[in-house]
Design a binder for this molecule. Structure first.
Ligand SMILES: Cc1cc2nc3c(=O)[nH]c(=O)nc-3n(C[C@H](O)[C@H](O)[C@H](O)COP(=O)(O)OP(=O)(O)OC[C@H]3O[C@@H](n4cnc5c(N)ncnc54)[C@H](O)[C@@H]3O)c2cc1C
Length: 384
């Protein structure tokens, strides 16, 4: 119903492959994963075999070497998962956030050690920024790493970490020095899941995204070698700012597709469902509500297409990524709310897809930086 104008024939072939993989391998297993609260770690080997994790990585590490062009391919995964109503747990974080950090900042030795097994899906990665007492105000974090001889000693706790139960490698943000500007003095460390002093809390119970593991992580005097430091000491804030562009655009895209899917499902439903002897679709209210959804969705698609092409060229700014995130996630929440209402009582039933979409959608205005934080970024670009 909603056309995207940015994909080329090679993308269409890839989409067919992804769609059939999801239909065959994921859709039938998904209800079980939702009950278990995670995607079994072994399953990531099958995803790796399909090449999803290697899109960006250079050939020498087993990847397809698409670099920045990999974004449109991984967007196809985002779109197809959203359409099929499934997710691959922490896989998107692994491929869209963690691997780009290591590829961009890692030394030759670090890349050689971690990227090939990450491409295969043997090692899965998470990114740990948020803490129990601070999420939006990242610079206020308490997790610290101090030097002791040729080692770093890491202490602290993180929470809400996507993929945190399955993760074998965690990119942890920690304070390494204090400065007047609190954004200075944060560093990135790669902590392996087997490190002594590292522990996982429980798989947190959420109101949505049931098949994604989300965990608390604890670091108690974790000893790290110098080569656990990723990039330069003290520079994490600027690294995070660069990578959050892709994260926010990815969230915006997932939200946009979920709004498009909700509309399709609902047009179908209101055409079948009868009230007062006529289809629900025949009421003027239904038509106007869904027409409004459609035109807002069209505007969202135009924005996201424009920004995706811009990101593929490496030109998307942080402010634009924030605008896409706010626009598309709020669109998603509005549209799904209207669509659920048009389902009547069935919309509130767990076995109707729209109900699940409603609870899954709520997080998109919160994670990746809340929409209030995004509005702050946008306001700053106005000089306010
Ligand atoms: C399912 C899920 C997955 C997540 N995955 C990850 C992950 O993989 N890695 C990770 O590091 N984090 C992750 N997070 C954490 C997420 O990014 C944070 O929850 C989010 O950034 C908000 O932080 P907070 O929860 O501490 O809320 P708070 O910062 O306490 O915010 C509370 C409220 O205050 C508002 N607020 C805060 N500051 C301002 C301000 N300056 N102006 C106006 N309003 C403000 C916020 O918008 C919000 O409405 C995840 C969270 C969830 C729920």
């Amino acid at each position: 119903m909603t056309r995207s104008t940015i994909y080329r024939p090679e993308h269409d072939e890839f989409r067919t492959l992804v769609r059939s993989f999801l239909e065959r391998e994921v859709v039938p297993r998904f209800p079980e994963w939702e009950k278990q609260g995670l995607v079994p770690h072994d399953f990531y080997l099958a995803v790796g075999e399909l090449g999803f994790f290697g899109l960006r990585a250079p050939e020498e590490f087993g990847g397809s070497d698409l670099g920045q062009r990999s974004f449109l391919y991984s967007s196809i995964w985002t779109e197809e998962c959203s359409r099929a109503g499934v997710s691959l747990g922490g896989a998107a974080t692994h491929v869209n956030l963690v691997m780009p950090y290591i590829l961009a900042l890692g030394t030759a030795e670090q890349k050689q050690r971690w990227i090939p097994p990450m491409v295969e899906g043997r090692l899965m990665g998470s990114i740990a920024m948020s803490e129990p007492e601070t999420g939006s105000d990242l610079a206020g974090m308490k997790t610290r790493a101090r030097r002791e001889g040729d080692r770093w000693i890491l202490d602290g706790a993180k929470t809400f970490i996507t993929g945190g139960i399955n993760a074998d490698l965690i990119v942890v943000v920690a304070r390494t020095s204090d400065h007047d500007n609190r954004r200075d003095g944060l560093s990135l460390f790669v902590v392996e899941g087997t490190a002594a002093g590292f522990a996982r809390g429980r798989n947190l119970e959420k109101i949505g995204l049931k098949a994604t593991d989300t965990a608390e992580l604890f670091f108690e005097s974790v000893e790290l070698r110098d080569d656990a430091l990723l990039g330069e000491e003290g520079k994490a804030f600027s690294y995070l700012a660069q990578n959050l562009v892709q994260e926010r655009l990815g969230i915006a895209l997932g939200a946009q597709v979920s709004a498009e899917t909700a509309l399709e499902i609902t047009v179908d439903y209101v055409t079948q469902r009868k009230a007062f002897g006529q289809p629900v679709s025949s009421f003027q209210n239904t038509k106007f509500q869904l027409a409004t959804c459609r035109l807002e969705i069209a505007a969202g698609r135009a924005l996201i297409d424009l920004y995706m092409l811009s990101h593929e060229r490496g030109e998307l700014t942080a402010v634009e990524a924030s605008m896409a995130k706010v626009y598309c996630t709020e669109l998603q929440n509005r549209v799904i709310d209207v669509c659920l209402q048009l389902h009547g009582g069935y919309g509130f039933m767990s076995d109707y897809r729209i109900g699940k979409m409603y609870t899954d959608a709520r997080i998109s205005r919160i994670y990746g930086g809340t929409n209030e934080v995004q509005r702050g970024i946008i306001a700053k670009s106005l000089g306010l």
